[in-house]
Write a protein that binds this ligand. Structure first.
Ligand code: MG
Length: 267
């Protein structure tokens, strides 16, 4: 009889404990349900809207095809924005009557009077049908960002060369994703988004420059991290620098390359 009482008591205790646990689970469940109900209140669209600061208005065709907030570096009328790179005298390249200019052989590279950091830039160029030289000698020029990082200009129509030196390459660093040239003698466009590198107080590079390039509207450089200066021989260099001019190359081999419609927006 005594044994039976003990068994009944233990059984009753077990059942009781189980109910307590179940009760707690229910409580927890109930708490969760209440919270979920609170979260289900639909958010208002206004909660994620940002109204200020109001954005500046830019007319994309504000000035001879350039955005209204762009600095026009060349519109065909003069070379006032440019100087000869080697001696800072007036640019000697040929001003044509059709809104373009052409490299005047061996007069040297030209560069902007103004210096720039990070920019969006548009430039159009045309190779010369008269230039039928091979490889790097066929209409070689180049657009240098901050006076040291070259986007290659070259006529690669039926003219193979090393791919990291063909048109739209970052010279000797990054071949274009595809070759997007128009036929020889027609106008190419480069649309460039460039972010300058950063250096610390010791002159060490802490962030690489990056470039995204559209060649005739086709993506050919996709946020490429520039390794350093464009070098014909040897590896890129990374001396510290600040804002610097845009430079156009005279490759000194009668390239015959022409440029037009050059504008830039500081970022
Ligand atoms: Mg070049």
């Amino acid at each position: 009889m005594k044994k039976l009482v003990i068994i009944v008591t233990i059984t009753a205790l077990f059942v009781s404990c189980n109910e307590v646990v179940k009760s707690q689970e229910k409580d927890d469940t109930n708490t969760g349900v209440i919270e979920e109900v609170a979260q289900e209140v639909p958010p208002k669209p206004e909660e994620t809207e940002v109204w200020e600061p109001v954005r500046a208005i830019v007319n994309p065709n504000g000035q001879k095809g350039a955005p209204s907030d762009a600095i026009v570096l060349f519109d065909g009328s003069n070379l006032d924005q440019w100087i000869t790179a080697r001696d800072s005298t007036a640019a000697q390249w040929s001003l044509n009557g059709d809104g373009s200019m052409t490299v005047k052989d061996k007069t040297g590279d030209i560069q902007t009077k103004q210096s720039f950091g990070s920019v969006q830039m548009h430039i159009e160029w045309r190779s010369s049908p008269e230039n039928t030289a091979k490889g790097q000698a066929r209409s070689n020029s180049g657009v240098y960002l901050q006076n040291r990082y070259e986007i290659q200009v070259l006529n690669n129509n039926d003219n193979p060369t090393y791919v990291n030196g063909q048109a739209a390459s970052i010279y000797k660093q990054s071949p274009p994703l595809v070759q997007a040239l128009v036929p020889t003698g027609e106008w190419n466009s480069y649309d460039i988004i460039y972010h300058e590198p950063a250096f610390n107080e010791n002159g060490e590079k802490t962030k690489s420059a990056t470039i995204t390039l559209l060649h005739n509207g086709v993506l050919v450089q996709d946020h490429f991290s520039i390794q350093g200066t464009s070098e014909y021989i040897g590896l890129p260099k990374n001396d510290a620098h600040g804002p610097a001019p845009i430079k156009l190359q005279d490759h000194s081999d009668n390239s015959g390359v022409s440029y037009r419609n050059i504008w830039i927006r500081e970022l």
